[in-house]
Design a protein around this ligand. Structure first.
Ligand SMILES: [Zn+2]
Length: 244
């Protein structure tokens, strides 16, 4: 179940599926990324607020340059630059990571036994390339996670209510799961897809059972979260944050 908490009076969204580490989604109260001006004072202040909350140095609060790829990288202390990366794995306790979103689906993965995790960015392109299950499989193959120990929380994204796509996108997404039932609907001749639930089913199909899906639609809840579609291509983003 998802619930709101505050950092310095600013709202963040959490899931009770992950309680042992810091894993949450920011709201518009705490914007960490603005594509138009990424070094503005508000952004830098908010990054500092969260770094303090996470008890890490602000230059150890790492984020990649997202490109709608299926590239998965591993956060390391000596590196700040992660170009062309849409999923970041975290294994170090003294680092924090965040990825940025406005309509695309944020997925936080966490394995309590190995105490490792990851954040993936799944818009339709990332979802079509199955970035969430690929990231989970990388935790299994490279870091000794067991699939049954991985928990996933799926954050605010454009909802089934609002996400209409063209035929080509629909076809690509429909091929990513063995059962696409319930994940699309035709309304007034338009195809709507449920991006959060497609990611959930992709994860279920590789054996992940504990998955919490956030009820918020970024278009319907545009007062809380950013929406690229509803705000005609805004540069601002809300974020998914993880610290072990
Ligand atoms: Zn909606």
């Amino acid at each position: 179940m998802f619930y709101f908490e505050n950092i310095n009076g600013k709202r963040i969204l959490k899931s009770d599926f992950i309680k042992d580490v810091e894993a949450f989604f920011t709201t518009r109260d705490l914007c960490l990324c603005d594509k138009e001006n990424d070094k503005n004072i508000e952004i830098l202040n908010n990054r500092e607020i969260i770094s303090k909350h996470l008890k890490i140095d602000k230059n150890k609060f790492i984020y990649p340059e997202q490109t709608h790829s299926a590239n998965i990288d591993i956060a390391i202390e000596t590196r700040q630059d992660y170009p062309d990366c849409d999923a970041l794995i975290l294994t170090k306790k003294n680092l924090g990571i965040f990825l940025n979103f406005a309509d695309c689906t944020p997925i936080i993965l966490y394995d309590k036994i190995q105490n490792i995790g990851a954040i993936a960015h799944a818009g339709w392109r990332g979802t079509a390339q199955k970035i969430a299950p690929l990231t989970a499989q990388k935790l299994v193959e490279n870091f000794n996670s067991k699939i049954e120990n991985i928990i996933a929380i799926i954050g605010p994204a454009i909802g089934f209510c609002c996400y209409n796509v063209g035929q080509e996108v629909y076809e690509k997404l429909s091929k990513t799961v063995s059962n696409f039932e319930g994940l699309f609907e035709i309304r007034n001749g338009e195809i709507f897809v449920d991006l959060k639930e497609i990611n959930k089913r992709q994860l279920e199909e590789i054996g992940i059972q504990k998955i919490d899906v956030c009820p918020y639609c970024t278009v319907h809840n545009n007062d809380l979260f950013y929406s690229y579609r509803n705000e005609s291509g805004t540069g601002k983003r809300h974020s998914a944050v993880l610290r072990l």
